[in-house]
Design a protein around this ligand. Structure first.
Ligand SMILES: Cc1ncc(C[n+]2csc(CCOP(=O)(O)OP(=O)(O)O)c2C)c(N)n1
Length: 338
């Protein structure tokens, strides 16, 4: 028998409409299924790109991006598939990018780590740890100067907290009260280095006390908590109340790069992974929604079938798409300003 939910969703669920709960579930399910399929297909060596999967971390993109409009900006890191999909990115364009095809969101020139899609406000994802942080800060300055209501969000790992540019950016963002949200997905590891070997503090978010920034820590495996803290941060940014920093505690199920768990490398244990898998953001929420009769078993079957079909089609599209013309590989290196 399945165990009941061990994540407490009631605490914050308050007035979230049912259709939003279903949307959050579907968003997480879709991201999970895409990650699982990439992991299955990757060993065929047809995707000539490193991939960094976000299995286990789906609640963060689902809950945070639920509050962003298409026009809002998002900056991401190399573990960005979930961010891209939750921001409204096209699945076919994502998979084609992984296959290095001209039809990919970065025209096959970026690969998994360098997704960009202006049509949904994804200004870019970067292989440079903390690379998106100053870009997001600059984008938010642009919005402030233009006087629009656009919010910028940037997502990064706990490893990015080791980079000085985060502190410079938050200092500047506070000085100018920029509409930017810094989101740390604290999954405990940077490649194979546990946070306790890199950072002295217990909590990351406490470091920012001295900057005066609104800062939060929340359960990154609880999509309702993510949704609620995200709503507050986005509302504040839109109302001109300035930036926020959010630390979400979570865990990546896969190894740093590619499929598998990395357990054989010895930097983390099966017991630790098992304990976090018990806290699966998707399964626990599914059980909760079933229990509350928000969704039914047949709804779940329908969602799964629809996503399977969509994913099949995306892989077929990618495999059948052309590679970039060799003579044009350096095209798009520089923007023409459009
Ligand atoms: C500036 C910079 N330094 C070092 C690296 C090498 N590197 C690649 S991934 C990574 C770990 C980053 O971990 P984290 O930010 O916690 O993200 P996660 O992989 O856990 O999602 C490092 C150090 C890099 N890509 N860029």
């Amino acid at each position: 028998m399945e165990k009941g939910p061990m994540i407490n969703y009631d605490k914050n669920i308050g007035d979230i409409p049912r259709e939003h709960l279903v949307r959050l579930y579907k968003q997480m399910l879709r991201i999970r299924k895409v990650q699982v399929r990439i992991e299955e297909e990757y060993p065929k060596d047809e995707m000539k790109t490193p991939v960094h999967l976000c299995k286990g971390q789906e609640a963060i993109p689902a809950g945070m991006c639920a509050h962003l409009d298409k026009e809002d900006y998002l900056l991401s890191n190399y573990r960005g598939h979930g961010h891209y999909l939750a921001k409204g990115g096209d699945l076919k364009s994502l998979i084609a990018e992984l296959y290095g095809r001209e039809t990919g969101c970065s025209r096959g020139r970026g690969g998994s780590m360098h997704l960009i899609d202006n049509s949904v406000g994804l200004l870019g994802s970067s292989s440079i740890v903390a690379g998106g942080i100053p870009i997001a800060t600059g984008a938010a300055l642009g919005s402030l100067l233009q006087g629009n209501k656009r919010v910028t969000m940037v997502l990064f790992g706990d490893g990015a907290v080791d980079e000085g540019v985060l502190y410079e950016s938050i200092n500047f963002a506070m000085l100018k009260r920029l509409p930017v949200i810094y989101v740390c997905e604290n999954n405990l590891y940077a490649v194979c280095s546990h946070r306790s070997n890199r950072q002295p503090s217990k909590d990351i978010y406490e470091r920012f006390d001295g900057f005066g920034i609104s800062r939060y820590k929340a359960d990154g495996n609880n999509v309702v908590d993510v949704y609620c803290v995200g709503r507050r941060a986005v509302e504040d940014a839109r109302r001109g109340k300035g930036p926020s920093f959010i630390e979400f505690c979570t865990y990546r199920w896969c190894g740093h790069s590619g499929g598998g768990t990395d357990i054989e490398l010895g930097y983390r244990t099966q017991e630790e992974l098992d304990a976090w898998m018990e806290r699966c953001p998707l399964k626990n929420f599914e059980l909760f929604l079933l229990d509350r009769q928000v969704i039914s078993g047949s709804d779940i079957t329908c969602f799964n079938q629809a996503f399977d079909k969509e994913i099949d089609e995306a892989f077929e599209f990618a495999r059948n798409s052309p590679f970039p013309d060799e003579a044009e590989v350096s095209k798009y290196l520089y923007s023409d300003g459009e």
